[in-house]
Design a binder for this molecule. Structure first.
Ligand SMILES: *Cc1c(COP(=O)(O)O)cnc(C)c1O
Length: 369
């Protein structure tokens, strides 16, 4: 049997009519560009803000730009430091550098893979301006503790929700737990466009209107500039596609949980460590990540069985060559150093059927026998 890591075609087949109609409409309307009058963009922004339970959603070109716009609009820049988790996609830290600030990496909780709140205090200096917790793999970071520390030290909290559309803590969606939140709609994310797309979410009117200007050359209205900005608009076609897919997101997240719970049932825990979920947290399983000492051998074995797996991420952020200048070592990040050669992401997507899930789980169990 061949099991791809992700199968976006299966999902498209299930909603083809809705999607094709939506795309055709945008083309007939010539509503390609996400100016502030584009009704497809406005509709999606309004529906997504409601889904998250926040006041404002401002669409932009991708999740990386969303982070950059969030940092810029909250005044993070030169001489500032921003706390970021040691395990994430590079966007989380590179955007801090792009706005002229310095990313300060914080170790993770090994069982949860998210930023360790107990390690924040040691990293806070007079230059610290913001914390960017990442709800990695679809599991919310420990926001209660993070927000409490942020309050104590007067830091801005920017949630990186790129992997966690619809995840919750005690019923409260991520994206509504800090000052600003950023989303990516990269095709493979839980809510994915058919190209690049992103958004920021906030309840802060000033931040929302600043991001709205920044994404469109700093224009207050056409040819009236409040500042220099850039072009980071959300396409009309992508907005229309996202609006169709948003209606299915809750169901798809439930399906991801079904896949995860079958894995959790079938996998032999003598051999592998399984994802943990703290009480009251709703995990949306963007990724199902297991840990094993025999990671590389297991990965090759699964490949030979036709099963595609992945690693998120092969090198933790502090150890990337682009951050060599900070001279960080394994000793600075014991938890991320421990898990980095153990983590393996298994295939997971809402349309995976029981037979496929069982094949993956049984293959993993048989590798260890
Ligand atoms: C995908 C991702 C991003 C960036 O999103 P793009 O839309 O690809 O720019 C940022 N942070 C995390 C944690 C991500 O997984």
């Amino acid at each position: 049997m061949n099991i791809p890591f992700l199968d976006l075609t299966k999902q498209y087949s299930s909603i083809k009519k809705e999607i094709d109609t939506a795309i055709e409409q945008v083309i007939f309307d010539n509503a390609f560009i996400g100016t502030s009058e584009n009704k497809y963009v406005i509709n999606f922004e309004s529906n997504f803000a409601e889904f998250i339970g926040a006041t404002y959603c401002v669409g932009c070109a991708n999740g990386t730009d969303a982070l950059e716009l969030a940092l810029m609009s909250s005044g993070v820049g030169k001489n500032d430091e921003v706390l970021v988790p040691a395990n994430s996609w590079i966007s989380t830290s590179e955007t801090v550098s792009t706005v002229g600030a310095t990313p300060v990496f914080v170790d993770i909780i090994p069982n949860l893979f998210t930023i360790d709140p107990s390690k924040l205090r040691n990293k806070i200096t007079t230059k610290t301006k913001a914390i960017v917790p990442v709800h990695l793999y679809g599991l919310p970071a420990n926001m209660n503790e993070i927000v409490a520390i942020a309050k104590e030290f007067d830091l801005i909290v920017i949630e990186d929700c790129a992997q966690a559309h619809g995840a919750k803590i005690n019923g409260q969606p991520v994206g509504s737990l800090g000052e600003i939140a950023t989303f990516s709609f990269f095709p493979g994310k839980n809510l994915g466009a058919y190209g690049d797309a992103g958004a920021i979410i906030t309840n802060n009117k000033e931040i929302a209107s600043k991001v709205k200007m920044l994404r469109n050359h700093g224009q207050l209205k056409k040819h009236v500039y409040k500042m220099e900005g850039r072009n980071s608009r959300l396409d009309g076609i992508q907005a229309a596609i996202l609006d169709v897919k948003l209606k299915h997101l809750k169901k798809w997240n439930a399906e991801r949980n079904r896949v995860a719970s079958i894995y959790t049932q079938l996998l032999n825990t003598n051999n592998v460590k399984l994802p943990q979920i703290p009480e009251g947290f709703y995990h949306v399983f963007h990724l199902y990540v297991i840990r094993t000492e025999n990671r590389d051998q297991l990965k090759s074995y699964l490949e030979s069985k036709g099963i595609e797996t992945s690693i998120h991420y092969p090198t933790p952020l502090p150890f990337l060559n682009v951050y060599e200048k900070y001279n960080l070592t394994d000793n600075d990040f014991p938890s991320v150093s421990l898990i980095k050669d153990q983590i393996l992401s298994l295939p997971i997507y809402p349309e995976m059927n029981d037979e496929q899930i069982k094949y993956v789980a049984n293959s993993i169990n048989s590798f260890f026998e």
